[in-house]
Design a protein around this ligand. Sequence first.
Ligand code: 5RP
Length: 222
Amino acid sequence: MQNTDKEKKIAAKEAVQLIKDGMIIGIGTGSTVNYFIEELGKKVASGLKVKGVSSSTKSSDLARSYGIEIMDDFEGTMDIDVDGADQVDGNGNLIKGGGGALLREKIVAFNSRRVCIIVDREKMAGDRFGSFPLPVEVTPYFASGTIKHIEKLGSHCKLRQNGNFVTDNGNLIADCEFGKISDPCILEKKIKSIPGVVEVGLFVNMTSEIIVGSENSAKFIK
Ligand code: 5RP
């Protein structure tokens, strides 16, 4: 197992400790969350009673395969959301969407009382925040035109898999290289104001805590 995988698994195991009987859990997407689902599945198999709202068909399928009940919709607020991230800045803001699930991930995070992000150490970007191309979900209709407007904000964008990557919502992902992102709040607002943009992979002031896995232990930040 690669070091980063070990770190992801350690962070995921730590997050499972936060899950208590009766909780409604938001479930993110990605390889780190897959470890969380696996660990949660073990607890469910030994009697823990929880329900989940998942951010992708991939996570739903995996969770169900471990016997975790997944709801497609939920009127209330989830007790906790556990998700991964592509990069974290010094204030706990995130770049997400490497797996293309950013729209549902943001909906799930917004509707959760507590948002717990699980990452390996490489994701803690600090001043490098923005070196991971920012994923933006755009409508297939007029996608090239929409992208031109995002580029005017100072980026170079490429449609993921030349436009062949389709999200669970039937949209496309533009991966946008901005270089360093020092004001994620303003950038998120500017990108979201462009018609054709469905959602931006910047998660600003949304996290309750970041659990960073390291070789043998996990560290809570925030
Ligand atoms: C998916 C995401 C993931 O949380 C992000 O890409 C991290 O993935 P991984 O845990 O595989 O490194 O935002 O849309």
